[in-house]
Design a protein around this ligand. Structure first.
Ligand code: TXA
Ligand code: MG
Length: 321
């Protein structure tokens, strides 16, 4: 159990320019004082993250958001009212106090108010906005438990606030209000708030998910969220060829295995076919399969509605070679 003392000590470390790993409702974050460029540089170092990949700034409430962005357009305000605190990040024009390293030199900064009590308590206690990517090495599977963070960075961080598994399990949805002519946001990354939920407020919006040539959001990089074991969809044309001669094959299934094949290991994301449950289990299941030294992981595609979009997005990137 985390105590108030743990959170206060971690908040002090953040103010001192140190890194702190902390839980959010989506995935664990690796945080630094967003207004301290030297502290933020440590995130890029330890994650081995390319400097062109900007970070999300976490705030405790809308008034703290006002301290880092120029203004909040009306539609963004409506979305914040509906979905904050929660897994929705907004890219808005930044104020000069936000260091360039946070936004990778872009004029927009991504902001999000997490709903996790520990995350908000930590931001409040620190008294500064917290820049935080997911607490994993760049390109690898995101952490949804404190132990996942310990596996990657345990020996290198003085604070890993462990509060058990993350409830949502996939990262926040990212919408951008930069360069919009119609005032409507562009969807840069599918995540915990579904496109359907956003469109219930805004009407139909544009998605900019697959512009590989010049990613405005590196969540768009094709290979990301990757286990070390090759991963292929069960409907992939090259599956037969890939399976040839391989004996240790694992299945990442949605509801129940659709084939009766003898797998070396099987992970089912949600027996009752619930997208929320499946999202919450996704990264941990990928990590468990990846730890088994399998030759191949076969993933079953799932319908792309609601959280199914975010799940398929992560699986596609994990499958990209
Ligand atoms: O749920 C989450 O969003 C988690 C937790 C810790 O809050 N954080 C997270 O951060 O997933 P990260 O760094 O793994 O992913 C941030 C995504 C990336 O795709 C990044 O490119 C995009 O947000 N992003 C951040 N700042 C941006 C900006 N200024 N313009 C466009 N995209 C931005
Ligand atoms: Mg990440």
């Amino acid at each position: 159990m985390l105590t108030e003392q743990d959170i206060l000590a971690a908040a002090q470390a953040l103010r001192d320019g140190e890194l702190v790993a902390f839980p959010t409702e989506t995935v664990y974050g690796l945080g630094a004082n967003a207004l301290n460029p030297i502290a933020v540089a440590k995130i890029f170092e330890i994650k081995e993250r390319p400097r062109f990949d900007p970070l999300i700034v976490h705030v405790a409430d809308v008034s703290q958001a006002d301290e880092v962005v120029e203004s909040i357009p009306e539609i963004a305000q409506s979305l914040m009212e509906k979905f904050w605190p929660g897994p929705l990040s907004f890219v808005l024009n930044k104020l000069p106090c936000v260091p360039d390293i946070v936004t990778a030199g872009l004029p927009g900064v991504a902001i999000r108010c997490p709903s996790h009590d520990v995350a908000r308590g930590l931001i409040r206690a620190a008294g500064v906005p917290i820049a935080a990517p997911s607490a994993n090495r760049f390109g690898l599977v995101s952490p949804t438990t404190g132990s996942h963070v310990m596996e990657s960075f345990g020996d290198r961080l003085s604070f890993v606030l462990d509060d058990g598994p993350c409830k949502i399990g996939v990262e926040s949805t990212v919408v951008s209000f930069m360069d919009t002519n119609d005032g409507l946001p562009k969807l840069l990354r599918h995540g915990g708030i579904t496109q359907e939920q956003i469109e219930s407020v805004t009407g139909a919006i544009n998605t900019q998910m697959h512009e590989e040539s010049q990613p405005t959001s590196p969540g768009q990089l094709s290979r990301h969220y990757s286990p070390a074991t090759p991963l292929l969809f069960s409907n992939d044309d090259s599956l037969a060829e890939m399976k040839n001669g391989k004996s240790k094959i694992g299945l990442l299934g949605f509801q129940s295995p659709s084939s009766s094949e003898d797998f070396a290991a099987i992970e089912i994301l949600s027996k009752k076919g619930d997208y929320r449950e499946a999202a919450a289990n996704l990264f941990a299941a990928m990590r468990r399969l990846d730890a088994l030294g399998l030759d191949l992981i076969i993933a079953e595609p799932i319908p792309e509605i609601d959280l199914g979009r975010a799940i398929m997005d992560r699986l596609r990137r994990a499958a990209a070679r």
